[in-house]
Ligand binder design. Structure first.
Ligand code: RFL
Ligand code: PHB
Length: 401
């Protein structure tokens, strides 16, 4: 067995794990990243696409935004469609903040390239990560790297391995509390080689269900349809998808949706999930490993970045000054923002989706609620939540200086 040593062993090379490794290196803290899947798989995985202004600023400060600044699409508003009309939400006018549309897999590619250029120990195709001694001061990680059994001695483990990862499951049962909500609908997500028909995102409320029109670049559209919970993607041949998108998204007077080859399609369950606390012994959970929000408000990736920002700063304090206070305050620093994002995502999900047994009555109520959001001072509160400003103002529960 090959024996290695690092300060922080990071499980998972999603945006959270990769960014943490990058930030730690800037703080002079050594890490090893272990990823179950191949580099090709991780770089091709289609997921989120909306980066809040605060996330973009942070990536810039970290020296990671060159391509994002060149290729990301800057948005200042989006369109709600309900009652057969379009209502613009000018969130930049209301908050001073923009958001960027930039595919998560593009960010992951940028992060992997930056790690590789820095000579980081970032290993893919590691199928069997096993965490030991998390309650001691000398945890270890056992795994197989390039066919060879390896034991990594470390000071800490960062669990950045997503909702289905091994890290959270390595904590003895009863040590963490989890809170969960399953929603009675899911999203069918489609990536299409089709130039966006509109410059801004369109959130469409329709009697047949919610539809979202988004994009990744001037040549690629990203579209979502509300479908039944547990729906299988096999039930959705391309023609059916386009037909349904046209029905829910086309309205009189607006440019029609542009069709094109579908590059990828998958169903995503809508789920809310929070782990409290976000650490156990020497294990710290970040991003989807610690919490999931329904994708409606596009907060998942932004929350992963927010966690990792706090965690990297806490490790810096520990290694620079031997001070554990920031690590001990990690959960208290992150959770209020997590719950706030979850509350907004939950509320926005209810605002936009058709209830499974929806009646005309529900539809009228939904229109009235949307009307109140676009045509009242509530628009500002909505916009502040959407761009992430409201969360930045949330004081950490721990109240640390
Ligand atoms: P990730 O991106 O899931 O990365 C976790 C990484 O850990 C690896 N892994 C392991 N590695 C080693 N050993 C193990 N035992 C491992 N188990 C897992 C995985 O292969 C992966 O590489 O978590 P991270 O970094 O916390 O980032 C969070 C974001 O990815 C996530 O919040 C968003 O993408 C959520 N999400 C969406 N958010 C949005 O804001 N808008 C969206 O449109 C949107 N679509 C999505 C999504 C999440 C999805 N998932 C999780 C199924 C669509 C999907 C399909
Ligand atoms: C996306 O482009 O994936 C996206 C955009 C906005 C959302 C959710 C998802 O609210």
């Amino acid at each position: 067995m090959k024996r290695l040593r690092t300060r922080v062993a990071i499980v998972g090379a999603g945006p959270g794990g990769l960014l943490l490794s990058h930030l730690l290196q800037r703080h002079g803290v050594d890490s090893i990243v272990l990823e179950r899947r191949s580099r090709e798989h991780v770089e091709r995985r289609v997921r989120a696409g909306l980066l809040e202004g605060g996330t973009v600023d942070f990536l810039r400060e970290a020296g990671l935004a060159d391509r994002l600044d060149r290729e990301g699409l800057v948005h200042e508003g989006f369109v709600f469609r309900f009652g057969s009309r379009a209502h613009r939400m000018p969130f930049t006018e209301l908050t001073g903040r923009t958001v960027h549309m930039y595919g998560q897999q593009e960010l992951v590619k940028d992060l992997i390239r930056a790690r590789a250029e820095a000579g980081a120990r970032l290993w893919f195709d590691v199928p069997d990560v096993e965490l030991r001694g998390l309650e001691t001061d000398t945890p270890t990680v056992r795994c197989t790297v390039a066919g060879e059994p390896v034991e990594i001695a470390c000071d800490f483990v960062a669990g950045c391995d997503g909702f289905h990862g091994v890290s959270r499951r390595s904590v003895p049962s009863g040590a963490l509390s989890t809170y969960e909500r399953a929603y009675p609908y899911a999203w069918l997500g489609v990536l299409a080689q089709a130039p966006p028909a509109a410059e801004e995102l369109i959130y469409a409320v329709h009697s047949r269900g919610f539809a979202l029109y988004s994009m990744r670049s001037p040549a690629v559209s990203r579209l979502y349809l509300q479908v039944e919970a547990g729906e299988r993607v096999e039930n959705w041949p391309d023609e059916r998808i386009w037909k349904e998108l046209h029905t829910r998204l086309d309205i009189d007077g607006a440019p029609e949706l542009t069709e094109g080859p579908i590059l990828e399609k998958s169903c995503v369950a809508l789920r809310g999930f929070v782990t409290e606390p976000m650490s156990h012994g020497r294990l710290f959970l970040a991003g989807d490993a610690a919490h999931i929000v329904p994708p409606t408000a596009a907060k998942g990736l932004n929350l992963a970045v927010a966690d990792v920002k706090v965690l990297a700063a806490a490790f810096r304090e520990f290694y620079a000054h031997g001070d554990r206070a920031a690590l001990d305050g990690y959960t208290a620093d992150c959770l209020p923002g997590v719950w706030q994002a979850l509350e907004f995502s939950d509320w926005m999900s209810g605002l936009l989706h058709r209830p499974p047994e929806g009646r005309v009555f529900d539809g009228r109520l939904q229109d009235a609620r949307l009307e109140a959001v676009v045509n009242s001072p509530a628009a500002r509160t909505f916009a502040e939540n959407y761009v992430g400003l409201a969360r930045e103002r949330t004081p950490a529960r721990g109240g640390r200086p």
